[in-house]
Design a protein around this ligand. Structure first.
Ligand SMILES: Cc1cc2nc3c(=O)[nH]c(=O)nc-3n(C[C@H](O)[C@H](O)[C@H](O)COP(=O)(O)O)c2cc1C
Length: 189
């Protein structure tokens, strides 16, 4: 083998080694990602999904709390309208997502959009460099429009939406919601 052939082979090997290393540095496998689940829940169903997912994948979990929990009347009239218009309702505090690679953002669907409490969290958070998974729970419909709105809002704040999911809670018991979430959680381990 000539000197120049040896040199070309050495160059090719070092190039492919460098590409492999830089790929490994930038592309963490899902299982190696430090994850947090940030959610809002009015009646507890999204909370069941969030907590089940957290224990299945080993993530931290943080609840977004209303400054003042709305009455049913307020939720169904003003809340649903606010959600549909993409408005943000005041919440007690915004959790920090720094130190996490992957952020799950969960909310119930209110009139085909995420509940307004989660909008404030998304609008007030810098998701740059984060993998984000928006998810919703709903009685029966509206998940696609809600997830589309959440994904656009997250991307406007620099996040990379890798996937979304929904859990239809209508007609399900707590045990049913847990079982459905455990099934969904498999893809995020
Ligand atoms: C104000 C309000 C609006 C709702 N709008 C919808 C809707 O558009 N589509 C739907 O399928 N369910 C709707 N639901 C039902 C909730 O999305 C569903 O029960 C959800 O799982 C509740 O989550 P939570 O227990 O975490 O609050 C609505 C519930 C409320 C309180």
């Amino acid at each position: 083998m000539t000197m120049s052939n040896r040199l070309s082979i050495a160059l090719m090997l070092s190039f492919s080694l460098a590409s492999t290393l830089s790929y490994a540095e930038t592309k963490k496998p899902e299982a190696a990602m430090k994850s947090v689940i940030v959610y809002y829940s009015y009646t507890g169903r999204t909370e069941t999904v969030a907590k089940t997912l957290a224990s299945e994948i080993g993530a931290d979990v943080v609840k977004i709390e209303d400054v003042e929990k709305p009455s049913k009347l307020k939720a169904y009239f003003l809340g649903a309208f606010a959600a549909h218009k993409g408005k943000a309702w005041p919440v007690k505090s915004l959790p920090s997502v720094s130190g996490y690679d992957r952020v799950f953002v969960g909310a119930p669907v209110w009139w085909m959009r995420p509940a307004p409490e989660i909008n404030g969290f998304i609008q007030g958070t810098d998701f740059t460099g984060k993998t984000v998974v928006p998810f919703v729970t709903m009685g029966g419909s509206g998940q696609d429009a809600a997830l589309k709105a959440m994904s656009a809002a997250v991307e406007a704040k620099g996040g990379k939406v890798s996937s979304t999911f929904s859990v239809k809670t209508g007609g399900l018991t707590q045990t049913g919601i847990v079982a459905k979430t455990k099934e969904t959680a498999k893809q995020y381990r």
